[in-house]
Design a protein around this ligand. Structure first.
Ligand SMILES: Cc1cc2nc3c(=O)[nH]c(=O)nc-3n(C[C@H](O)[C@H](O)[C@H](O)COP(=O)(O)OP(=O)(O)OC[C@H]3O[C@@H](n4cnc5c(N)ncnc54)[C@H](O)[C@@H]3O)c2cc1C
Length: 351
């Protein structure tokens, strides 16, 4: 078992690059230049940025693996890339384990670590790209599970006050692809570690039809963390475009949540519209369906496009700029609004 101290201090100073290309650091693969770029490997290194006054007048952007961001311009300030590693067992009982995980750990590798050690709770979230530190930001979710269900505490460095803040699960104000880190603390913090509370007695979540079908296809007789994660990996590898082959950031928009009254009115006009219960007595409507109805699926303009099989995924076929992708996204939003009266909200963060 890996049992490292999260953010163990090192004597060397934080390396700093100047005029650094971010193309390799975003899964859309668009070009943007960071005035300064620094990988952060230890929490203590963040204190260094408090020393220089240089940063006070500059924007600071925290970056994980760049799988949920669209750069539409250069970053005229400092990009802090989270590379804080380590997984440590904080506490353990016969039934549960508490793991403190560095924000720079790769999310999928962390899921596989949990599966390998029989820690249950994140297996449905296998193969979601990105870092552990970004997972609370939009409360990542897939196949009937959201990360908020297993987060006990979040540790974040306040980039203006220069101190460490601790957020309980309730403090994070998690919602559907949402948290306090997207609102009151947007751009102000770097999440340096996350404490996960995982179970040693799995409660398998197979509510999603696609997941059940895949398990059946695999001939699974007895459910386990391995078979669930394997089924999720197979579905995702088949359905979602691999950013290593074609630039994208997964779902570009959230599934909109509408009031029951609005849902009923739409359902009358569009009986085949897919929808399922949302938060606070709303209905969540499949954004992909709305986009497809407006004729965008497979649309391409230059190198910016809408994926042929996934209408919710905008893609960069090669040389598209962030501006071109954003302009396409704006037109999609507008046409969905004109046809259905629903304003799609972006899931991807735009810089
Ligand atoms: C093919 C594909 C499939 C996807 N599928 C899913 C899915 O099923 N479910 C889902 O929820 N998401 C999905 N996503 C989106 C993405 O994987 C998640 O949002 C992921 O958590 C982003 O992690 P990241 O490290 O790449 O974040 P980045 O893209 O680097 O950052 C995203 C945002 O979070 C901020 N941020 C990043 N790290 C930190 C930090 N340590 N502290 C504070 N702020 C931070 C950034 O400033 C930025 O605003 C998918 C993306 C792709 C490309």
């Amino acid at each position: 078992m890996v049992n490292l101290q999260v953010g163990k201090p090192q004597p060397d100073l934080m390396p700093l690059e100047e005029n650094y290309s971010l193309k390799r650091h975003n899964t859309f693969g668009v070009e943007a230049i960071a005035r300064y770029f620094a990988p952060v490997r230890h929490v203590e290194e963040l204190a260094e940025i408090a020393i220089g006054d240089l940063w006070k007048s500059m924007p600071v952007l925290v970056l994980g693996e760049g799988s949920n961001i669209l750069f539409t311009r250069d970053v005229g300030g400092l990009v802090l890339k989270n590379e804080i590693k380590g997984i440590a067992v904080m506490r353990e009982t016969a039934d549960e384990v508490w793991l403190k995980v560095g924000g720079g750990e790769n999310w999928h590798q962390f899921v596989m670590f949990c599966v390998g050690n029989h820690y249950a709770g994140v297996e449905n979230l296998a193969l979601i790209p990105g870092s552990v530190g970004a997972s609370p930001v939009q409360n990542i979710g897939a196949y009937g599970v959201e990360v908020k269900e297993v987060i006990e505490e979040v540790g974040a460095w306040h980039l203006e006050q220069h101190d460490l803040m601790r957020f309980s699960n309730a403090d994070c104000a998690f919602g559907y692809r949402d948290s306090v880190f997207k609102h009151a603390y947007r751009g102000k913090l770097m999440i340096v570690w996350v404490v996960f509370r995982l179970s040693k007695h799995p409660r398998f979540r197979t509510g999603y039809a696609a997941l059940r079908e895949e398990l059946e296809r695999m001939g699974v007789k007895e459910l386990s963390l391995e078979t669930i994660s394997e089924a999720v990996i197979r579905i995702r590898s088949r359905k979602l475009p691999d950013p290593a082959k074609i630039g994208n950031a997964g779902s570009f928009f959230k599934n909109p949540q509408v009031s029951m009254a609005q849902y009923e009115a739409l359902k009358q006009r569009y009986p085949t519209m897919p929808a399922y219960p949302g938060e606070h007595e709303t209905m969540k409507i499949a954004a992909a369906w709305l986009i497809e109805q407006c004729g965008w699926k497979g649309y391409r303009e230059g190198d910016a496009g809408v994926h042929q099989h996934q209408a919710l995924v905008l893609v960069n076929y090669g040389k598209a700029t962030g501006q071109q992708i954003l302009s396409l996204a704006n037109r999609i939003q507008q046409s969905v609004y004109e046809r259905f009266g629903i304003m799609l909200e972006r899931e991807v963060n735009v810089w």
